[in-house]
Unconditional design. Structure first.
Length: 73
């Protein structure tokens, strides 16, 4: 396990052989101050919104955020 970020390209699709109807795109994330990553995400969403064919449209955005639990002594 590593604490380093992976390399992600939102334009590359991930298709699982167990269910090829689900197509995933993984963004690089939206770290604080990362204008390039946010711009890439916005461009991807805009492109999918303009798509005419339903299979090319964006159907879901899964937003994951890291939460830290703080313990008081």
């Amino acid at each position: 396990m590593t604490n380093q970020r992976g390399i992600h390209d939102i334009n590359l699709q991930l298709v699982f052989s167990s269910n090829p109807k689900f197509v995933f795109h993984d963004s690089a994330g939206m770290e604080a101050g990362s204008r390039d990553e946010l711009a890439a995400l916005e461009a991807f969403i805009a492109e999918k919104a303009r798509s005419v064919h339903p299979s090319q449209r964006l159907h879901l955005i899964w937003f994951v955020c890291q939460c830290q639990k703080f313990f008081m002594n």
